[in-house]
Ligand binder design. Structure first.
Ligand SMILES: [Zn+2]
Length: 87
């Protein structure tokens, strides 16, 4: 049986996770990559943050391309033409 994580440790983990997400976001943005995927789970549309890994099924988050954990908006591909011809 594992003990529940002390709250301070939980907060430190969150802060660390947030820093990692920020770094990933910076790298993805630098390479002109989008920071999210649009996903479908159990027939429900959602949005996955590629920085922190959070899935959101909130229609507002999807519409605005917002990540609640990162507390910021996603970036799109820099180039408009994402060739969908490699099926
Ligand atoms: Zn995120």
């Amino acid at each position: 049986m594992s003990e529940s994580m002390p709250f301070t440790e939980f907060l430190r983990d969150m802060a660390q996770h947030k820093r990692q997400a920020d770094r990933r976001r910076a790298a993805l943005t630098e390479y002109g990559c989008s920071t999210y995927w649009l996903i479908h789970q159990r027939g429900q549309p959602g949005i996955r943050c590629l920085c922190c890994g959070l899935d959101s099924f909130n229609p507002t988050d999807i519409a605005e391309k917002f990540c609640g954990f990162c507390d910021t908006w996603h970036t799109e591909w820099l180039e408009e033409q994402t060739h969908a011809d490699h099926v």
